[in-house]
Design a protein around this ligand. Structure first.
Ligand SMILES: NC(=O)C1=CN([C@@H]2O[C@H](COP(=O)(O)OP(=O)(O)OC[C@H]3O[C@@H](n4cnc5c(N)ncnc54)[C@H](OP(=O)(O)O)[C@@H]3O)[C@@H](O)[C@H]2O)C=CC1
Ligand SMILES: Nc1nc(=O)c2c([nH]1)NC[C@@H]1CN(c3ccc(C(=O)N[C@@H](CCC(=O)O)C(=O)O)cc3)C=[N+]21
Ligand SMILES: [Mg+2]
Length: 279
């Protein structure tokens, strides 16, 4: 039976520390501010935004959510970002991805001032991460590293396999594991014999976006299994990329969905926002 990595509990502890810190900052007249720009009405995005708002409120972060119709032009969105770049009450800007097709997401991410880029997606921050001098770090892989640390899982010398190579999860995840001296393999949809590659892993991070894709055939006994996936099954229930019930008896550690990576992503977003206001 695997040990459960309780992301929700750990995120709660981080949130409690941030709450204390923000109350001290407020005594000095500093109020951290975060703006979230949500373009269109993707229902999956709605839950994420709602959870971020709850967390920001708890911590005492001034939280602004702009719900913007999908019909906004790219130029109008860029102008909004520029206004928040100039706004001294705002320490973090997050543009929820994905964006509607008529808007160039790369251009939008480039428009966010790197100092306010609490998602860590700006090419400057990505570049800093990949040369080994990170400042802002993408929240999901950052949260995963915090979970490994909290459970005293040392990546050094271990074989880590990352499934999925997105800019927001897979790629920065591989880099963070590499920085902790893991031997990292990145895999994707063209990888041949993925189960055999995954079975080599001491630490397996799964970020594909396909419900229950990873079965016990992918998992070495005792491995650490981190499930980033957020999918809905046919009944609308939230499920991960890992078939939890069959992998859990094989793994050494495993994250649940919900209650694993998701809450840590939000906690890291809050942490990077507060850190920015502190500066
Ligand atoms: N918990 C959290 O905080 C977060 C959760 N998520 C969730 O994580 C999942 C992944 O998100 P994201 O990284 O944005 O996804 P993307 O869709 O951007 O990337 C998916 C990756 O998975 C790979 N892939 C797809 N199918 C297969 C397959 N059959 N075998 C091997 N690899 C495959 C793709 O390969 P290729 O490049 O070859 O196409 C791609 O690299 C989603 O469920 C998302 O909702 C995302 C962000 C945060
Ligand atoms: N610019 C940008 N930054 C992101 O970080 C980003 C993004 N866009 N687009 C979408 C993905 C997805 N994502 C989630 C984070 C937390 C939960 C989350 O809170 N999950 C909880 C609850 C889920 C529930 O109950 O519905 C859990 O797993 O326990 C979900 C999804 C961040 N992303
Ligand atoms: Mg993130």
């Amino acid at each position: 039976m695997a040990k459960l990595i309780d992301g929700k509990k750990l995120a709660g502890e981080i949130t409690a520390q941030l709450t204390e810190e923000v109350s001290r900052m407020k005594e000095k007249g500093i109020v951290p501010g975060l703006v979230v720009l949500l373009v269109g009405d993707n229902p999956a995005s709605q839950t994420y935004v709602k959870n971020k708002e709850i967390s920001a409120k708890k911590i005492g972060i001034h939280s602004v959510v702009e719900r913007i119709p999908a019909s906004i032009t790219e130029a109008e969105l860029l102008a909004k970002i520029e206004a928040y770049n100039q706004d001294e009450t705002i320490h973090g800007i997050l543009v929820q991805l994905p964006l509607p097709k008529h808007i160039d997401a790369d251009k939008v991410l480039l428009a966010i001032h790197p100092k306010k880029d609490v998602d860590g997606f700006h090419p400057y921050n990505m570049g800093q991460l990949f040369i080994g001098s990170p400042d802002k770090i993408p929240c999901t892989p950052y949260g995963i590293m915090k979970m490994l640390e909290a459970y005293q899982i040392e990546p050094e010398g271990k074989k880590a396999v990352v499934i999925g190579r997105s800019n927001i999860v897979g790629k920065p995840m591989a880099q963070l594991l590499l920085m902790q001296n893991a031997t990292v393999t990145m895999t994707h949809s063209r990888t041949q014999d993925l189960p055999a590659v995954a079975r080599e892993a001491d630490i397996l991070v799964v970020a594909i976006g396909r419900g229950n894709f990873v079965t016990k055939e992918f998992v070495k006994p005792g491995a650490v299994v981190i499930d980033v996936g957020m999918n809905r099954d046919e009944n609308g229930k939230l499920i991960g990329d890992v078939k939890f019930d069959e992998v859990e008896p094989v793994a050494g550690f495993i994250t649940p969905v919900p209650g694993g990576v998701g809450p840590m992503t939000i906690a890291m977003l809050m942490e990077q926002t507060v850190a920015n206001a502190r500066k």
